[in-house]
Design a protein around this ligand. Sequence first.
Ligand SMILES: C=C(O[C@H]1C=CC=C(C(=O)O)[C@@H]1O)C(=O)O
Length: 423
Amino acid sequence: MTAAAVTSPDAVTPAVTTVALPDSPDLLRHLPATGALSWVRRGEGLVGWGEADRLEVCGPGALAEAAAWWADRSADLAVDDGIGVPGSGPVVFASIAFDPAAGTSVFVVPEVVVGRRGGVTWLTTTGDADPRDVLAGPLPLQSAPARLRYADGALDPASWCSAVAAAVARIGDGDLAKVVLARDLLVTADVPLDPRRLLDRLAARFPDCWTFAVDGLLGATPELLLRRTGRELSARVLAGTAPRGAGAEDDRLAAGLLDSAKDRAEHALAVDSLVQALEPYCSALSVPEEPSLLTLANVRHLATDVVGTQRRTGARGRAGLLELVDAVHPTAAVCGTPPDRAAAVIGELEGMDRGRYAGPVGWLDARGDGEFGLALRCAQLSDDDPATARLFAGCGIVAGSDPSAELAETQSKFAAVQAALES
Ligand SMILES: C=C(O[C@H]1C=CC=C(C(=O)O)[C@@H]1O)C(=O)O
C-alpha cells in the first residue's frame, strides 16, 4: 500500500542561493509572526519561513515517500551555495507523526532560511523570496498573555493514574517490559499566543535543548533521535527522570536518579532499542557503558550519547537520513518494549491521538545531512483558535512505576512550556 500524500500543486524548480550574512547571534528574533520554522540550540541551527514547497504524507511507507519526494525536488533545484556546510543550500524542515502510518507528517521547504554553524551565519533564499526583512533586523516580541487557563485533555489526572496502574499490571503479567504513557493539557490565553515569544523563552530557559517549530508544533526537546553529518551518526538517548530540588535536596535527587535500578532499567531499554535498530547500518558504534546526567531547569534525565559511522558500502551504507529515522523510530524512549505491544497498549490506554508529539522533528539538507530530535516538551498551537494550544508530556512505565510519581513527572515536564507561556 502506498502513503497518501498532499503536495504543493504546481511545484516549480526555483533557484536556491546561500550567501554569508553579518553575524546574527539571535536567529529566533528573525522569525516573522507566522509560519515559524526552527531548529536552534545555543544560538546555532536554522530558522526559516515561507513555503516554497510542502508535502503532507500519511500511511505505510510515508517516510520512504517523503525521502523520494525530497530527493526528486532537491535534485531539480539550481543551487548556488557559497557556504557549503550542513544546513546551507536547500533544506526541508520536517515534523513526523508519532505513527507515520496513521498520522500526518509535514515537510516544509522554506522560502527563507537563516542558519548559523561554528560562528558563521548565512542566508538561503528559494525562488523570488525577498530577504529585506531579515536584513532589517530583529522584530520586537508581543507581550505575554495576562491570563492563561488550563484544562484537562483526554484524561483527567485520576483517569491517567488508572491507566498507569493498568500498564504496570500488564507489565507484571509479562505482556511487555515498558510502555511510555503520555497525557495532554489544554491551554487558553486571553490573547493569541505568540510563537516567537514562546520560542524565545524556551531557548533562553533550555540552552541544552533544541528549540523547534514546524507547522505549529513548538517546543524545546532534550532528546536527539539522530544526526547525520556525512557518514557520522549521533544520538542522545534519554529515559529515566527525576525532579529538581533546592540546595542539598537537588544533589540528593541527582544521586538517587543515578542509583535507581528502576530508572536504569527504563533507560537501558531505550538505549538498546536505538542501538539494535542502528547497528545494521553502522561499521562502528560507540555506546557508553554508564548513563550520565542531563540537568535541565525543570528535570534531570539519565542520558546516553551514542556515536556511529554509517557503512561505506551496501544498501545500508546508502540509506538516507529519513530511512535511518524510519528504522530507529519509535525507540523505547517514547513507545516501549517490545514496540508493537507497547504501541497497542498506548492506543488502548492513553485515550488520545498523539499527532506529531513524540515523533521525529528536525531538518534535512540536499547532501543528506540533517538532525532529528523527538518532539517532546512541546505545544501544538491550534489552527482554529490562535489563543489555544495542546501541551504534551509522557513517562516511561516499567515494573515498580508509581502512578502518582509518574503524574508528578508529567507536571514537571509540562512546566517547561508552561513557564515559557507565562513569562
Ligand atoms: C516522553 C517524554 O520523555 C521521554 C524522554 C525522556 C525521559 C522520559 C522518562 O523518563 O520517562 C521519557 O522516556 C516526554 O517528555 O513527553
